[in-house]
Design a binder for this molecule. Structure first.
Ligand code: NAP
Length: 520
């Protein structure tokens, strides 16, 4: 069986002792093991800080962007092989695997473009310089410079490729060395990517290290110039926030956590319209893509009360087209969830929602899985629930079932009521509103915006070219307030800020101009 290794201080390291076994979720066959027992975390941390950091900081944004370009090309070049790893260890269909892997090289390419745009400088100016006194000599300005520590990235199990790449893209372009840790249960794909990057000798020594397994004592080593970017459950996020680096030494932390993303159907959207089709396609895609294991997936669907039955029928018809089964088969459109624990969590989560909502499509225990071997595999059917009278405090607003599950709920047709209900999610990554009615959009979109990192607006004029809410774009912010963790990632240039210190400089205008490299 394959043993996943960590890549530390310029060498591959194989852990000893107790290891975690990775399985194929479609067959439950063991495919690899991973352990970090015996790994020298102090050496790993010091190598990033003392070797990787200085090498990256010696480069300009343009040069660091070129590194990202090379990483992007290398991943793109091994796309087909990487798809196999995503299918084998993630339960991904080919289309799911593309979503993750194409997202990885695409995000690196977008940040490579940003590097070219920022050009031959190492200092990033933040806004314009400000005249401070009466004389036009005394000026103030804000600049960003890379933090002189280490960026530790802890990722969730659902996007092993994109998770590694999107965080690394922003950190490396900003000039910080990275230690990246994928979730162990699905780490095979991230490991294969790391092999591609190491074999290609694409990065300076110490710029990117990789941990296959537990972080051991690594997080205890973090200090005031270091950052920790975490993606995963709220529970783990809360644990990591209590780390000694964060509570006592000022380590910067970014948390990307759970989210009960909503889709709101406007009262003006007519049956059979392009906009209704867009809404239904988005809901069903988000429920079933990656078997619903997407932080941005739609979990709550709000429709005007008198449209509940009709909308549920539209969604039922579309969900009936979903073919669950062995993700390597062409006809299959939805694979299994990633682990036995995930399957147990989905089932118990649906039971929990069942206290206030009625299951109208699918079953937590019955599934017809194409190509299944006996009763093997963590397969589950897509499930739609309806809650006709959801109250504040009900699980439908607070419990994220991380699988192919959504709940349809009514609102009274007003933007105010829709916004009130969506806000009950306690802070989300992304929600979507479908309408052509400008007054409704203004009330609903601006009403829910303070509770979200991103809001997508579906309207008839863009229905043919709309980008689904579940797709995270490198140009736009990813993250959300409250339950979603309060984090911010990506968003083009904004994504660099977490990895850089913003400093105000004040003094003689010409000296400032010399330091910043541009006219004030
Ligand atoms: P998880 O159980 O919280 O694990 C996430 C990561 O944290 C894994 O790499 C895990 O490593 C690591 N971890 C767990 N305990 C740790 C500790 N004490 N110290 C250091 N690292 C620790 O979450 P998950 O099950 O992988 O992911 C599912 C959740 O992530 C969902 O709730 C989903 O909403 C959320 N998510 C959010 C986003 C977003 O961008 N907001 C994106 C994707 C997923 P091991 O695997 O080795 O235990």
């Amino acid at each position: 069986m394959l043993t996943l290794r960590s890549y530390v201080a310029g060498e591959w390291f194989e852990g000893q002792g107790k290891s975690v076994t990775l399985v194929n979720p479609a067959t439950e066959e063991a495919i690899a093991t991973a352990s970090t027992e015996g790994l020298d975390f102090e050496k790993c941390y010091a190598y990033a800080r003392d070797v990787g950091g200085p090498a990256l900081r010696a480069m300009t944004f343009r040069e660091r962007g070129e590194l990202l370009r090379a990483m992007s090309k290398a991943i793109h070049g091994k796309r087909d092989e990487l798809f196999q790893s995503a299918m084998a260890n993630g339960g991904n269909t080919r289309s799911d695997a593309k979503f993750d892997i194409d997202g990885a090289w695409g995000t690196l390419a977008a940040y490579a473009d940003l590097g070219a745009e920022l050009g031959d400088t190492k200092v990033l100016a933040d806004g314009d310089a400000i005249q401070l006194g009466r004389s036009p000599r005394l000026f103030g300005a804000h600049v960003y410079l890379p933090r002189e520590g280490v960026a530790v990235h802890v990722n969730a199990f659902n996007f092993p490729a994109w998770g590694l790449a999107e965080k690394a893209a922003a950190a490396l372009l900003a000039g910080m060395p990275v230690i990246s840790k994928p979730a162990t249960s699905t780490a095979l794909l991230a490991y294969r990517i790391m092999e591609v990057l190491v074999d290609g000798k694409l990065l300076p020594a110490g710029a990117l290290q990789f941990i296959a397994g537990s972080t051991g004592k690594l997080l205890e080593l973090l200090g005031g110039q270091d950052v920790l970017a975490f993606t995963g459950s709220s529970f783990t996020g809360t644990t990591l926030r209590r780390g000694v680096g964060i509570t006592e030494r000022g380590t910067h932390i970014n948390v990307e956590a759970d989210s009960l993303n909503a889709a709101v159907l406007g009262p003006d959207v007519e049956e059979g319209s392009d906009l209704l089709n867009l809404f239904a396609a988005d809901v069903v895609r988000d429920m079933t893509q990656k078997t619903g294991q997407k932080c941005t997936a739609i979990r709550r669907v709000y429709v005007p009360r008198d449209r509940m039955d009709a909308v549920i029928e539209v969604l039922r018809e579309r969900l009936a087209q979903v073919k669950v089964g062995d993700p390597t088969l062409d006809e299959v459109t939805m694979g299994p969830v990633s682990t036995a624990q995930q399957l147990a969590d989905v089932r118990s989560g649906v039971e929990k929602l069942g206290r206030v909502a009625k299951l109208v499509v699918g079953s937590p225990t019955e599934v017809n899985a194409i190509g299944r071997t006996g009763d093997k595999g963590f397969f589950v059917a897509p499930m739609l629930l309806r809650a006709d009278d959801p109250q504040a405090g009900d699980e439908v607003h607070s419990h994220e079932v991380f699988g192919p599950v959504a709940t349809v709920m009514p609102y009274d047709g007003s933007a105010k009521d829709a916004a009130r209900l969506v806000a009950m999610g306690g802070g989300g990554l992304v929600s979507s509103v479908y309408s052509d009615d400008k007054a409704f959009l203004e009330g609903c979109v601006l009403g829910i915006a303070p509770h979200h990192g991103r809001v997508t607006i579906g309207s008839t004029k863009v229905a043919g070219q709309a980008i689904p809410p579940g797709l995270v774009l490198p140009q736009l912010l990813h993250g959300g307030p409250g339950r979603a963790g309060g984090g911010e990632e990506l968003g083009g240039r904004r994504g660099l800020a977490f990895y850089m210190q913003r400093t105000a400089l004040q003094g003689d205008r010409s000296i400032l101009e010399g330091l910043i490299g541009k006219k004030a």
